[in-house]
Design a protein around this ligand. Structure first.
Ligand SMILES: CC(C)(COP(=O)(O)OP(=O)(O)OC[C@H]1O[C@@H](n2cnc3c(N)ncnc32)[C@H](O)[C@@H]1OP(=O)(O)O)[C@@H](O)C(=O)NCCC(=O)NCCS
Length: 160
């Protein structure tokens, strides 16, 4: 069974040991970088909720949620205001193509629908234009591009 587990002292290092394929490294930050960013965003008064993705008791991936804009951060897409973000998402190279990504995304949407940080109309994410595999997965869940970009990345939105 696939589950999302909050990252704490008991699992931080096993999640940091998870990596994507070499050719996917431009699509997502390393988990260690994401966790450093989570710390910094929280220190700035923003929201960053990192989780390990587990298949039974095996760590297989990483996901991080955001909510609303990060104080002081410029250039965030308009959709960020008052909405959730699936900010980071990866499945380790040894565990891809087994359906874990799809299951984790389903759990992610269920999680944001509990509105853990407050009300929202949407959850959004962004992906590199070359990341057609991820785009296909997102579209299959109903995410649709809203015309915004986040840096080079294309923003796609799902109404909750
Ligand atoms: C995107 C990612 C999380 C998908 O995880 P996964 O566990 O391999 O995906 P699943 O096995 O659940 O497959 C889900 C669906 O996506 C499709 N898919 C996943 N990766 C794909 C790829 N590279 N190319 C084409 N299709 C892909 C699968 O074919 C499957 O579709 P189907 O149900 O119609 O067969 C994983 O490939 C990954 O970590 N990629 C590198 C990091 C990344 O790009 N993260 C997203 C940043 S926006």
């Amino acid at each position: 069974m696939v589950t999302l587990r909050k990252i704490d002292n008991t699992n931080v290092w096993e999640v940091c040991r998870l990596h994507v394929k070499k050719e996917q490294e431009d699509f997502v930050a390393s988990n260690m970088e994401s966790l450093a960013e989570a710390f910094a965003v929280r220190e700035s008064g923003g929201v960053a909720l990192p989780f390990g993705i587990y298949a039974d008791d095996a760590p297989v991936g990483f996901m991080m949620f955001g909510y609303d804009v990060v104080p002081g951060e410029e250039g965030m897409p308009e959709i960020a205001r008052g909405n959730y973000c699936i900010w980071r998402f990866m499945i380790d190279k040894a565990h891809q193509d087994k359906g874990y990504g799809k299951e984790a995304l389903r759990l992610a949407i269920d999680y944001v629908k509990t509105f853990p940080c407050g009300e929202a109309e949407c959850v959004y994410l962004s992906y590199e234009p070359e990341n057609t595999g991820a785009a296909k997965l997102y579209h299959s869940f109903g995410f649709a591009e809203n015309g915004e970009t986040d840096g080079e990345e294309i923003v796609a939105v799902l109404r909750l």
